[in-house]
Design a protein around this ligand. Sequence first.
Ligand SMILES: [Zn+2]
Length: 364
Amino acid sequence: MGASNISPGMREFQECVSDIEAFDINSSGMHFTWIHLHKLKGRSVWDIKARGSISWGWRKILSIRNAVRPFIWKIARSGSQINAWSDNWCQFSPLNSFITPRSIANAGFNINTNLADLIDENGQWKWPSAWYDIYPVLIGLHAPPLTQNLVDRTIWKDLEGNTRPFGSMEVWHNTRHREQPVSWVNGVWFSQCIPRHSFHLWLVIKNKLKTQDRLASWEAGSDYNLRLMCCPLCKHDRDSRDHLFFSCSFASQVWYNVKDLLNMGEVNDSWQSIMNWMDQKANSKKTEHIVCKLVIAAASYFIWHERNNCLFSNKVANVNAVCDKIKNTVRLRLMGFNFKGGSHNQSIQEKWKLLPSDEDKDPG
Ligand SMILES: [Zn+2]
């Protein structure tokens, strides 16, 4: 497909394809052909400048180069599809990170020189021996064996340098922004957690629930209803994350009721107090702490549930009903636990009524 015989309709179609398709790492398909023939024109994708009137899609593709470059590698087979200077094909790649354009030009090469052009028929480097003095790192670099007419391969390497099958999950995992794990991560996500409770608790910790204090920032238009808002559970003031979990008089009763079944010491009904506990115990694998984590997540989940029921269905909040829901759900989870011996675990099982009672025992 040459540039000169493309009809306007075809050109439009190709523009669409180039706008919507992702970078084709397998080096196959029409998109790849189109990009190579008409966008790159023989140049390396790593070298061209994102200037002028280029399409939105192509500009986007070019803008992610720095993010994906460390992961895209070439396996040399014929060497003719590998840019010697800008592609990743050896442990010192890209070579143009230390070999200057002037050196390249003075040695009789150019920026489009491919790997095959650098190796003579005896399998030796063609670059001047003076380069070994200027760039001693090249001394340890052996020319890869090449076979004519084979297609070079493009592969994806992960953060550890292992070759991985290319896929969106792999790309996301390798390129996503990472920060230090937060201190409470294992207090929210742990193998015995109840996923929907954990997801909710995560929203609570990040203060992302649509509580009334956060809706108040939309109040600029003097919306009458917003000014009338009060916590649906205790009818006092607007609700907020710190109010609902668990200093609200309703939530506080629920919290202290279920906390009776836990060994949480001095923790009170303030959110700060609970997060302080998380800081210390989030990583604990002790059964007593896992039960606490399950209860914190379940309590915040069911109190939020009750709050929404009262707000949207005009229900009257009921402390005992919420406590029962929390206890029953956590108890159901604990029934799947494999409690080891020890008086401590025995007392957890007693508190949560996990031991068979006398009536349940088979009389024989
Ligand atoms: Zn309240």
